[in-house]
Design a binder for this molecule. Structure first.
Ligand SMILES: [Zn+2]
Length: 243
């Protein structure tokens, strides 16, 4: 009888604490036999682990490998902003519109998250992280692998939002950079450039876009240094603290 009571207690305590962002990753990582295993490993890797510079050749991306995060959306507030530093790009369509994964990736956060409201963070094999926030509803769970273009959440106004919209962030090594560097927000397309991310002294991120691979001695179209950005605290799932 006591054993039954204990089991019941165990059952209910599991139920009371549904699986949240912090608890799920481990069991998905043990299934290393599926076809996404390598990409998932790559996604969890620190892109600056053994280099100060890495490049992503977006020119080679096929239409299946990327998606504009909110198709049909209009930018209502750009990165940077006028009054205070804005770490993301605000994009708006209609309430509850579908937010799409910019690239395929691993869901590392899905849940309410401070001022972000309902928030989804994806970590991609190319080294970039994308964040989708103020969602009315999240459609993915931590540990899940999503394809580019997969529905990850519905647009909303949860958290610190004065109107419903998507607050979209792109980050490398925890630093937010202007998503305009990789997306043409006016035409809803991926910029077909080679983008080089370099880690500078003090942890600053330098981004340069080139129209050829770095090995081809390319002309530098633009070089932008991203100063450290104060970010709202992100509760990192345990698996990512692998330094
Ligand atoms: Zn915003």
């Amino acid at each position: 009888m006591r054993k039954v009571a204990f089991l019941l207690l165990l059952f209910f305590s599991v139920d009371i604490y549904p699986r949240t962002s912090d608890t799920i990753v481990s069991d998905t990582l043990s299934q290393e036999t599926d076809e996404w295993a390598d990409l998932r490993k790559q996604a969890l890797r620190d892109p600056f682990a053994d280099t100060d510079e890495f490049a992503i050749n977006f020119a080679n991306y096929t239409v299946e490998e990327w998606s504009y995060p909110l198709p049909g959306g209009k930018v209502i507030s750009p990165f940077g902003g006028r009054r205070k530093h804005h770490a993301g790009t605000d994009i708006k369509t209609v309430r509850n519109d579908t937010l799409r994964a910019a690239f395929s990736g691993l869901v590392t956060l899905s849940g309410p998250h401070y001022g972000y409201g309902y928030c989804v963070v994806l970590r991609h094999a190319n080294g970039i992280e994308t964040l989708y926030s103020h969602n009315s509803k999240n459609l993915v769970k931590v540990g899940q692998w999503v394809d580019a273009g997969a529905a990850v959440a519905l647009e909303g106004s949860t958290g610190r939002a004065t109107t419903h919209h998507l607050h979209f962030e792109t980050r490398v090594a925890g630093r937010a950079f202007n998503s305009d560097q990789i997306f043409d927000h006016e035409n809803h397309t991926l910029r077909k450039f080679v983008v080089v991310f370099a880690k500078k002294k003090g942890g600053a991120l330098q981004i340069s876009s080139r129209d050829r691979l770095p090995s081809e001695i390319p002309p530098v179209d633009s070089v932008k240094t991203v100063a450290p950005v104060p970010l709202l605290p992100i509760r990192t799932p345990g698996i990512l603290q692998n330094k």
